[in-house]
Ligand binder design. Structure first.
Ligand code: ARG
Length: 288
């Protein structure tokens, strides 16, 4: 049994830290032109109907949730003919005011790279044009002072070297093995990025053995999510250190987050799941 003492819960494993939210600055793109007309991940089936108005309504709830949390939310104009542009996380990586641009794997999404770089430039960020194939925050996640970098399906591992050179931070390569969890942000969530109290959640079966060893060694207190929650892209969530916006269907993940002192906020993005994306995919963090 757990005892509640002020803000701190005594657990079998010890005392958990108090979770502290910090205001985030994010970039989002309305799914005005969202639909599924090609298939570049197993979630996408062009034969299934999509409802763009419903996608916009669901996305608007996410947008409003961020505003209610006090986030500084920026919007990039969606471009007709780029149905996946709503997944802003793939548009680049921004740390220290430096924007490392994306260079997409599939031709269908390639025009998004320059579109996002134009936005970064227009908004005062120092843009670095990528030499290597990479899909931005879809595969790169900052945890403390380390960048966790996914590869296997989309971002080329050569981009990890580019990242390290640009940001002068440690980059830890993680290899993804399940095509349904083709971007790192579908298999791993950063719950607390504060140096010294890094905390993540992940799906072990999405990684190869070596990556799993690394994760276990680095993050022994990580939240391990169920296959069921991962299958609704529950891990594809966005945390401000206390509030964690997740897929409303990821019930057990919500329970685990509460146990660990977080405040889970469920949002239903069922329509965008048809494109293989969720909460985090729609969110590009701007760290200036
Ligand atoms: N349809 C998009 C693709 O396959 C979905 C991208 C999801 N984004 C993400 N950050 N996981 O590229």
């Amino acid at each position: 049994m757990t005892d509640i003492v002020d803000d701190t819960i005594t657990q079998p494993g010890g005392i958990r830290p108090t979770r502290t939210p910090t205001t985030r600055s994010v970039l989002m793109c309305s799914p005005e032109f969202f639909t599924v007309v090609y298939r570049i991940n197993p979630w996408m089936d062009p034969a299934l109907p999509t409802d763009t108005n419903l996608a916009v309504d669901q996305w608007s709830v996410l947008h409003q949730t961020y505003l209610d949390l006090g986030f500084d939310v920026h919007l990039i104009d969606p471009i007709p003919g780029l149905p996946d542009m709503v997944y802003a996380a793939n548009g680049g990586m921004v740390i220290d005011g430096i924007a490392y641009g994306a260079s997409f794997t599939h031709p269908e999404r390639q025009p998004e790279g320059p579109a996002y770089m134009d936005w970064f430039r227009a908004n005062g960020l120092d843009v670095r044009v990528p030499e290597q194939i990479n899909e931005g925050e879809g595969d790169f996640l900052l945890v403390g002072d380390t960048i966790l970098a996914g590869t296997g399906f989309r971002s080329d591992s050569l981009s990890h070297g580019e990242l390290a050179a640009i940001y002068g931070r440690e980059v830890l390569t993680l290899r993804l093995v399940n095509p349904s969890f083709y971007h790192l942000d579908t298999a791993l969530a950063v719950l607390d990025s504060t140096p010294g109290q890094e905390h993540i959640a992940y799906l072990p079966s999405a990684f190869d053995a070596r990556s799993l060893d690394l994760l276990e060694e680095r993050y022994p207190d990580a939240v391990i999510v169920t296959e069921t929650d991962a299958a609704v892209l529950g891990l594809n969530s966005f945390s401000d250190g206390y509030n964690v916006v997740i897929a409303s269907r990821a019930a057990d993940f919500g329970r685990q987050l509460r146990e660990h002192g977080y405040n889970p906020i469920g949002v239903d993005l069922s329509e965008l799941l048809l494109g293989g994306g969720g909460v985090k995919c729609c969110t590009l963090e701007l760290r200036r």
